[in-house]
Design a binder for this molecule. Structure first.
Ligand code: ASP
Length: 554
């Protein structure tokens, strides 16, 4: 079978790492200096960087699916019996879960000390809200949520009693409706309305707590918190009370799924393990079902003995060829990484975002980055030392190319080939551990993402409390944030800014307005890089920790 057991030592990783660090530093300098010196003439240069970076990223991604399948299968073939995976599998899952929880707890402690959202500018929250609305609508559209436009009120609201059109609401699950009334004119009585629901479109009854007086914020009236709609509702109707002095108003309702229960989230996570279409999973780079398939298929091959020898050898040869290809690709890494980083930072700088953002979001960034630093530089190295007695500084050096690639690509999936290469050939972690633990880890073990989700949710809650002092961030809400952040990180894909989408689950669970995600949007591309680096490092520490539990591990 394959040559199991890693080759200890470093194949000249020192120089390559230095070149990559140099490339990142140079890229940041170029992106900061370029725009003021060259102005708009810098844009074509950025376009060239963009293409270069995209090529590097595509080549990395191209290898992921065959590599994951071949490496998991060849790992099982190396073990000789799929049942031998039971113990290390159990340890791997325990490691993933406990480090994710540790990361969330670290995040919660840091954010509660720094309090980044306390005292934030109210206007900033309002702007962010508008920016976030488009994102939420996009995400909700994808998740079968419905955005409903109610253009109800005719003419002058001072005289008319407006009633909204009936609106269709999906009949399953619990739903909430958020209503926004944009008043043009000089209405001088507060906008008030009552929501009613119906299952058949004929008989309407009051939604419990469905009457609201919208509070004014920056000239826009909106419901302070989502109004819960009973699950069986198919139609919602909102009746407006007459207002005095008003001229015209546009009413817009946003229907979003109610907070999913923890059970529903778990259900979805279980479903993510399986696919009914293997090719579809390959095309969509859904690694979890591919890993499951490869374990089962590899297991079957081991039961066929000599008859499957050709195919087993083929799988092992494919795996080795891909690993050699990655080794070759890494020679291009400094150039690819330079292009990736320069293109993204330069874009931010050209949009005038970069330095401005660093100022307005300073405390939020401080919280996320210090949490990530504690987890990545203290907790994980400590675990590595306790469980493996490896020197954490050396190990970090051996994994540095993977960490830097994760920073540059913001994708743990795209980084996976490099993580495997470093763990195996540089850190000397045994093949049987890297081949199984790393692909699984890149998909479900995201410590950095979990930590960021917890910090961001508390930051948003603190900011929301400024516009709505009635919102209290109680301890039970913090616990719900901890649980949902853990699950959301497990469910997040290893692609850029995936954490931002699963963030909506966390906000939903504690009744925060989803559109406040606008507060963390502008800076997410940058923080994503740091959390992805921690994700990749967490996976590699996992492969070293779980290594001992494999039979015959070196
Ligand atoms: N970009 C991250 C990763 O690939 C996921 C996220 O937090 O957005 O690991």
């Amino acid at each position: 079978m394959s040559s199991q057991g890693g080759k200890k030592g470093s194949r000249g990783h020192g120089h390559l790492t230095l070149y990559i660090v140099g490339a990142i530093v140079l890229a940041i300098i170029v992106s900061i200096v370029g725009p003021p010196v060259l102005g708009d003439r810098f844009r074509p240069v950025v376009a060239v960087f963009d293409v270069g970076g995209e090529i590097f990223l595509r080549i990395l991604q191209m290898v992921v699916v065959p590599l994951v399948m071949a490496s998991v299968m060849s790992g099982i073939l190396g073990l000789g019996d799929v049942r031998k995976l039971g113990r290390p599998g159990g340890y791997a899952v325990t490691y993933y879960l406990s480090t994710t929880v540790l990361a969330v707890v670290t995040g919660l402690i840091v954010v509660n000390i720094v309090d980044p959202g306390v005292g934030i500018d109210k206007a900033l929250v309002e702007d962010a809200r508008q920016e976030g609305e488009a994102t939420v609508a996009r995400a909700a559209g994808r998740r079968t949520g419905k955005k409903i436009q109610w253009h109800n009120v005719t003419g002058d609201r001072a005289e008319t009693r407006g009633e909204s059109q009936n609106a269709f609401v999906p009949s399953e699950g619990s739903w909430t409706v958020r209503i926004l009334i944009d008043q043009v004119g000089a209405a001088h009585t507060p906008a008030a309305a009552k929501a009613r629901w119906s299952a058949d479109g004929n008989t309407f009854q009051d939604v419990p707590d469905g009457r609201f007086v919208a509070g004014e914020e920056a000239g826009i009236y909106r419901t302070r918190s989502p109004i819960p709609i009973p699950g069986e509702a198919k139609y919602v109707r909102v009746t407006f009370e007459p207002q005095q002095g008003g001229k015209r108003s546009v009413v817009e309702a946003y229907v979003a799924p109610g907070p999913p229960s923890i059970g529903e989230i778990l259900q979805n996570l279980c479903l993510m393990l399986f696919t009914d279409n293997l090719l579809g999973a390959m095309v969509g780079m859904n690694l979890l079902p591919l890993i499951i398939f490869s374990i089962v298929f590899g297991g079957m091959l081991t039961t066929l003995g000599e008859r499957a020898k050709t195919i087993a050898d083929l799988v092992i040869a494919i795996n080795e060829a891909l690993m050699n290809f990655i080794l070759l690709l890494m020679r291009l890494a400094p150039l690819g990484i330079f292009c990736l980083v320069a293109a993204r930072f330069a874009k931010a700088q050209l949009d005038g975002q970069f330095l401005a953002l660093l100022k307005t979001q300073a405390w939020y960034m401080t919280s996320v980055l210090s949490g990530l630093a504690i987890h990545g530089l203290v907790t994980l190295p400590l675990l590595l030392w306790i469980f493996t007695r490896r020197n954490p500084i050396r190990f970090f050096g051996q994994m540095s190319q993977a960490v830097l690639t994760a920073f540059s690509t913001a994708s743990s999936t795209a980084t996976l080939p490099v993580t495997m290469e470093c763990a195996e050939t540089k850190a000397g972690v045994s093949k049987r551990s890297t081949e199984f633990v790393l692909p699984l880890g890149a998909t479900v073990n995201m410590d950095g993402t979990a930590l960021y989700e917890a910090v961001a949710a508390i930051f948003i809650a603190q900011a929301f409390a400024i516009v709505d002092p009635a919102y209290a961030l109680t301890i039970d809400k913090q616990i719900i944030i901890a649980i949902t952040a853990t699950l959301a990180a497990i469910g997040a894909a290893g692609i850029p800014e995936a954490g931002l989408v699963t963030m909506l689950i966390v906000l939903n669970a504690v009744g925060l307005p989803l559109e406040l995600i606008g507060l963390i949007l502008p800076i997410d591309w940058l923080l994503d890089r740091f959390r992805t680096a921690v994700n990749a490092f967490g996976d590699s520490v996992g492969s070293a920790v779980v290594e001992r539990t494999f039979p015959e591990a070196t």
